[in-house]
Design a protein around this ligand. Structure first.
Ligand SMILES: Nc1nc2c(ncn2[C@@H]2O[C@H](COP(=O)(O)OP(=O)(O)OP(=O)(O)O)[C@@H](O)[C@H]2O)c(=O)[nH]1
Ligand SMILES: [Mg+2]
Length: 331
């Protein structure tokens, strides 16, 4: 979709391009953000602009706090699968144990805090889709790996893991939320439609209260519910005993806000083994873009099995697809 940009936008863009320092560039970008019309057609431009603004303001902040311990990009993990979910939490809550349960990854697990020192990715299967889960080092009042902020920008959602085996567990999580908030990362159940401040990122989050098998865990769960219950639904599990763990697979997929759509070639059976995933509310056009961007450009119509009135009905490019629809694109 074309975006009509007012002339002031291009003036601000010129200012951004001429900027010699990150600060000067940020001034231009912020002006572009204010002028940019915020509607569906400009969604992609909004995302690009927001990411640039956030990266630049993080860079300016980081420069203020002295040389980096870890070079930028050292721990970058390429996205794989239908979506990426990062594990956040205080120390010793069971993040690495959970990654071991849900994927084939084998991060170190130990009965003492600060075991995980680096991000560890793993692929989780749910039915016919795969999601990427990333275990991260813990966050405390005194310990914060700066690259965690980068992961919160790029991830599609977060899992916040609470230690119900320790009296400090619920409070440790409050500290995690504060540490992230200090870096303009707000963990939420449902993100707002749009952000006024482009440097603030809302991260869709699932709260997982782990170690429900531990002695005293139910009392700590009550405390946790009092602290966070009105902000997040809380999912209780025991990674060690397995209680509630398998249910997390669907929960994680649902949190990504995606639907599965299957492709079909003319005259052939649909390929029901490997779906494409598009956002809830996505159209035939969004599907075509996932299959191949060139396909989307030349797309005339499509046939849909599932959400159409009858099987194989011809629909327009803007037809909204539903979970498990089958689509045949016609050029
Ligand atoms: N009782 C009980 N213990 C658990 C459970 N899940 C994990 N643990 C134990 O909790 C300890 C910490 O587990 P980890 O998976 O290393 O925790 P972590 O959150 O990755 O810890 P850091 O890397 O230090 O942040 C280990 O001794 C685990 O065996 C559980 O459901 N119940
Ligand atoms: Mg760990």
């Amino acid at each position: 979709m074309a975006v009509n940009l007012p002339p002031q936008y291009h003036e601000a863009e010129a200012e951004y391009k001429k900027g010699r320092t990150p600060e000067e560039k940020l001034v231009g970008l912020r002006k572009m953000w204010v002028i940019l019309p915020k509607h569906k057609a400009s969604e992609k431009v909004q995302v690009i602009l927001k990411t640039k603004i956030s990266e630049l303001s993080d860079e300016i902040e980081a420069a203020k706090s002295g040389p980096k311990k870890v070079a930028p990009g050292t721990f970058k993990i390429p996205k794989q699968g239908a979506g990426q979910i990062i594990f956040l939490g205080g120390p010793n809550g069971g993040k690495s144990s959970l990654l071991r349960k849900l994927t084939r990854a084998t991060p170190e697990v130990a009965p003492y805090p600060f075991t995980t020192r680096e991000p560890v990715p793993g692929m989780m299967d749910w039915e016919d889709v795969r999601l990427q889960l990333i275990d991260l080092p813990p966050i405390t009042a005194d310990f914060y790996e700066t690259y965690v902020t980068d992961f919160t920008r790029t991830a599609d959602a977060a899992a916040l893991i609470v230690d119900l085996g320790d009296d400090d567990g619920p409070f440790a999580v409050e500290t995690v939320l504060e540490q992230l908030k200090g870096r303009k990362r707000i963990l939420v159940d449902k993100p707002p439609e749009s952000d006024d401040d482009p440097t603030v990122f809302h991260v869709k989050t699932v709260v997982i209260a782990n170690k429900i098998d531990a002695e005293g865990a139910t009392d700590r769960l009550d405390i946790l519910k009092e602290m966070l219950g009105d902000r997040f639904p809380i999912h209780t599990v025991s990674t060690e005993k397995g209680d509630g763990v398998e249910g997390l697979r669907k929960l994680f997929f649902d949190r990504l806000g995606l639907i599965r759509v299957y492709g079909k070639l003319p005259g052939k059976q649909a390929d029901m083994t490997s779906p494409f995933t598009i956002p809830v509310g996505g159209t035939v056009m969004d599907f075509a873009e996932k299959v191949h961007s060139e396909l989307a450009e030349g797309l005339k119509a499509a046939k849909v099995w599932g959400s159409a009135q009858f099987d194989g009905q011809t629909v327009k490019r803007d037809h909204v697809l539903q979970e498990r629809d089958v689509v045949e694109l016609s050029m």
